[in-house]
Design a protein around this ligand. Structure first.
Ligand SMILES: [Zn+2]
Length: 77
């Protein structure tokens, strides 16, 4: 019951693609990205989203892509 129905699909933390919920926990949901195949978890203990997390707005998408690009550029190896 972690993220609720609005958190069934979210933006991938790795590539900003479409990630679907693979497992629903008490506080954390686990997601699997349909684009890059990456797995990650999101902690919803602060509250469920009030609006669907997918699709993201153009601004959200742009911001996420920048964050990911910056993270990749900053990592060595
Ligand atoms: Zn991904």
């Amino acid at each position: 019951m972690a993220g609720g129905p609005n958190a069934a699909i979210v933006m991938c933390l790795h590539c900003a693609g479409k990630a679907v919920r693979a497992h629903e926990g008490i506080e954390n949901d686990l997601y699997r990205c349909e684009d890059c195949g990456g797995n990650f978890g999101i902690d919803w203990s602060d509250g469920q989203p009030e609006i669907p997390r997918w699709p993201p707005s153009p601004d959200e998408l742009e911001q996420a892509r920048r964050t990911i690009a910056k993270r990749k550029a900053g990592s060595s190896g």
